[in-house]
Design a protein around this ligand. Structure first.
Ligand SMILES: [Zn+2]
Length: 481
């Protein structure tokens, strides 16, 4: 295979929009989906005389993001102007950070034990958005997104393939969501990834020439783009061609990347400190205060679910994929200590319902934790059968009904008195006397046999646990005879 002669070297730059009430340098709201150009002001579009004021919450969230992936926090952070022209950037410069970002260092460990080093996380402002219409209308521009606080995480070139890159992205996404710094809604552009790729022959110590693909906004796109681009570069080298340093556009429909422009270096942007913004001082005290607010992160929960609750790693990952799902799991667990049973129900029943409700972010809207736990209690105490438990679930989804009341209404609960059950027990022993002979050798088998008979006779109305206890009580009398 061709690829076995080469090493693929990949680095990522990941942008995430921060969760704040307002934009990073003005008081416009930080929202998504407003009417175009209704959520901007002189500051975020850069009209003359408008001065930026730094949003403290955005700095705090950046520090929090950094602490959640093990970064060190710089005690002084500087904002710089990155100068370039593009129609979505009305100021012709973006306020960003080059020399002294807020966070440096840090890392994320992959499941295969490999550590991916983080170079930095810096805070900057997002640009507007171009909307490409038909040929006659042309391209429109919406500046609402301009000035939304954005953090950019830059990794070292530590990835060797697409799967490692996707795993890192997935872990980072969960970390940001759990720490509350960003929602990472990739479909809304809330998290975007730039990929740098180069290839080099195994025996070469020098890195190859790299290309960059920008703004990949789904894990699948990242995977396909990396696989395509590394294969393309290897083929070029095999043909004796040189790789050209360039920015390439990934076309997900065509499944190909195309040359866009020669890739810039940071000095091309003529960075200089923004004269309108002061250097930000971050004390150790500030950092420790923010560290104390860091909640339990997805990785911690996965570890807890596997090691303490004995769930399979696969289940733990699914449960923690969305924080609200994991929160619901834990709420149920507080009421009913059966992690496996709760996990199974969330994974099979609730997530199936959730698929059709993309805007739902609280599983209690589907079924309250109290009702789910009621169903599990009825099921585990064998007061209802498994098929009936599913019917009960369907009946109370999205209602305010009480699970136990509905089970009663639907006639699912065992409705026989103890005396009635005892009579049925005696009846099935009398009509099947031969089974008693096996009792000394195989008591459980005999008890199960009579339980089955009582269940059949009562059409499932008898509680099997009660029935079994009566069989154990009554059978010995028959043995003595
Ligand atoms: Zn504004």
């Amino acid at each position: 295979m061709l690829s076995s002669k080469y090493d693929v070297v990949i680095g990522l730059e990941i942008h995430a929009e921060l969760n704040t009430k307002t934009k990073v340098f003005c008081s416009c709201k930080n929202t998504f989906g407003e009417e175009p150009n209704t959520n901007c002001c002189p500051v975020c579009v850069g009209l003359p005389g408008a001065l930026p004021v730094l949003n403290k919450k955005a700095v705090e969230n950046t520090i929090k993001a950094g602490l959640s992936v093990g970064c060190s926090i710089n005690n002084l952070a500087v904002f710089e102007r990155k100068n370039y022209f593009y129609p979505d950037l009305s100021k012709a410069y973006q306020i960003s950070q080059l020399v002294r970002p807020i966070c440096i260092g840090g890392n994320i460990k992959l499941d295969n034990g490999k550590t991916i080093r983080i170079n930095r996380i810096h805070l900057e402002e997002d640009a507007g958005k171009l909307i490409h219409k038909t040929k006659t209308i042309g391209t429109l521009v919406d500046y609402n997104r301009g000035g939304i606080p954005l953090i950019e995480l830059v990794t070292e070139p530590d990835f060797s393939n697409a799967d490692e890159a996707v795993e890192f992205l997935d872990k980072l996404r969960r970390t940001y969501i759990y720490s509350g710094v960003a929602n990472c809604k990739m479909e809304e552009g809330g998290m975007r990834c730039d990929v740098n790729i180069s290839v080099k022959p195994h025996d070469s110590k020098e890195l190859g020439i790299r290309t960059e693909m920008k703004n990949l906004n789904s894990f699948k796109m990242v995977k396909r783009a990396i696989e395509y681009e590394s294969k393309r570069q290897i083929e070029e080298l095999e043909k004796g061609n040189k790789i050209i340093q360039q920015t390439r556009k990934w076309d997900d429909n065509k499944g190909k990347s195309f040359a866009l422009r020669s890739k810039e270096n940071s000095h091309d942007y003529r960075y200089f400190p923004d004269p309108d913004l002061l250097t930000v001082e971050i004390t150790q005290e500030d950092v420790e205060k923010i560290r104390s607010t860091l909640p339990e992160l997805a990785q911690d929960r996965i570890k807890k679910y596997v090691e303490i609750y004995n769930l399979p790693l696969y289940d733990a990952k699914i449960l923690t994929n969305e924080k609200f799902v994991s929160d619901y799991f834990e709420e149920c667990l507080n009421l009913y200590n059966n992690p496996k049973q709760i996990s199974n129900w969330i994974m099979t029943e609730l997530l199936k319902v959730l698929k059709d409700k993309p805007n739902c972010e609280n599983l209690n809207e589907i079924i309250t934790k109290e009702n789910l736990v009621s169903i599990l209690e009825l099921l585990d105490s064998k007061q209802i059968t498994r098929p009936n438990s599913k019917i009960l679930f369907e009946n109370i989804c999205f209602t305010s009904k009480n699970a136990k009341d509905v089970a009663k209404e639907l006639g699912m609960l065992s409705s026989l008195s103890d005396e009635e059950i005892k009579d049925f027990v005696k009846q099935v022993i009398n009509t099947n006397p031969d089974a008693i002979l096996d009792f000394e050798k195989n008591p459980n088998k005999v008890i199960m046999f009579y339980t089955g008979k009582v269940m059949a006779l009562t059409k499932g109305k008898a509680n099997p646990i009660t029935t079994q206890s009566f069989i154990k009580e009554i059978l010995p009398n028959y043995l003595k005879k």
